[in-house]
Design a protein around this ligand. Structure first.
Ligand SMILES: [Zn+2]
Ligand SMILES: [Zn+2]
Length: 239
């Protein structure tokens, strides 16, 4: 028995979601119950579900918001719906210092990237920045950890500094789409001294959860204002 075997025996791991003994922090049964929507049912720009089921030969249209007020990112994709085990994992990761779950979440991101964004060939990866007070209180930026883990897996440099928050924004959990857009307007900046990392580049922007996409769109706008050519957003979950 190798060292890992001995450690596993001494300190057995259990599934973070259901508590069952498991060789990983997410057991096979919980992993199998993760809700993933077929890409063919989702808006081709933002990934929002627009059709109930896949119908042969019919491409999913753009969703209403993408038609009426196109987001500043070029593409957004999420690994899973924000429910069941994924909701639980993200919650532990974000609010209960569950940074040990980073690998499980990065697995989901990597799978989503390979399935939906591979053709994008991003030049650089960056996370949605957390506001300073929250970062201090939490001790880490959950999106930053995910961005680093994903960047290492896909062999693309992570450069978190190319996007910063230039003002704090009140929590937007209870705001609708228009309220969220107003809330984050002008909240992000891509620093001019890091323009070589942005100019003409395809940036892969990482966050944990996408709701209306207002934050991702505003981040994409800031990166593009600093010369980024394309911004692809990827999140673990879509609410
Ligand atoms: Zn489980
Ligand atoms: Zn859309």
């Amino acid at each position: 028995m190798n060292l890992k075997g001995v450690l596993d025996l001494l300190y057995p791991i259990s599934c973070a979601v259901c508590g069952a003994p498991s060789p990983a922090h997410l057991c096979a049964a919980c992993r199998a119950s993760i809700h993933v929507r077929a890409a063919e049912t989702c808006c081709r720009r933002c990934g929002k579900v627009v059709m109930e089921a896949v119908s042969a030969g019919v491409a999913a249209p753009l969703c209403g918001p993408c038609r009426d007020q196109p987001p500043k990112f070029d593409l957004a994709r999420s690994a899973a719906e924000f429910k069941g085990p994924v909701r639980e994992l993200v919650h532990l990761f974000k609010y209960h210092k569950g940074t040990w779950l980073c690998d499980e979440l990065a697995d989901l991101l990597e799978g989503c990237f390979l399935a939906h964004c591979r053709g994008e060939a991003p030049d650089v990866v960056c996370p949605v920045p957390l506001n300073r007070a929250k970062a201090r209180e939490r001790g880490y930026n959950q999106a930053g950890l995910l961005a680093e883990a994903l960047a290492a897996r896909i062999g693309v440099p992570a450069v978190p500094g190319i996007l910063v928050r230039c003002r704090n924004t009140p929590t937007q959990t209870h705001l609708g789409a228009a309220g969220r857009r107003a809330n984050v307007a002008g909240a992000f900046l891509s620093p001019p001294h890091l323009r070589p990392w942005a100019y003409g580049r395809c940036v892969l922007l990482v966050d944990d959860v996408m709701t209306t996409g207002a934050t991702l769109s505003e981040c994409a706008g800031a990166l593009k204002a600093n010369g980024a050519e394309r911004v692809v957003a990827i999140t673990v979950a879509r609410d």
